[in-house]
Design a protein around this ligand. Structure first.
Ligand SMILES: [Zn+2]
Ligand SMILES: [Zn+2]
Length: 123
């Protein structure tokens, strides 16, 4: 007898709506919460999932965060949960979070620079 089994990554967006003023890019956005897991299948029948983790994406700048399992589980169960900065670990910053616009000339500058490379004004 041959056993057919495979492991499939699964990725599901949770029902969640929380608006925020983003600490990374300073814009107004929304949190999108995802649950990621690996699904073990036998003869294409899902048996169990493992390695479950929760991820958050912000719509403003596309930054990716890891969410604490406690908050993730609460959101998955449909409980009211508020995501705070303490629940998030930055995984990847979106491009808009790494740049800012010069308020004098509107040129896009790297975050962290003190002077605009275009007009020379302090940022
Ligand atoms: Zn942002
Ligand atoms: Zn400038």
């Amino acid at each position: 007898m041959i056993l057919f089994f495979d492991i499939q990554p699964s990725h599901k967006r949770l029902e969640y709506n929380q608006t925020l003023t983003c600490q990374q890019c300073g814009h107004f956005g929304r949190f999108e919460v995802y649950v990621m897991a690996n699904r073990f299948r036998l003869f294409f029948i899902p048996l169990f999932t493992f390695g479950k983790r929760y991820a958050v994406r912000t719509t403003c700048c596309d930054s990716l965060y890891q969410l604490t399992p406690e908050k993730g589980k609460a959101i998955e169960k449909g409980q009211t949960a508020t995501i705070t900065a303490d629940d998030l670990t930055v995984q990847e910053l979106g491009t808009r979070a790494m740049t800012k616009e010069c308020q004098h000339c509107g040129h896009t500058q790297a975050r962290g620079s003190n002077f605009c490379s275009h007009c020379g004004q302090s940022l």
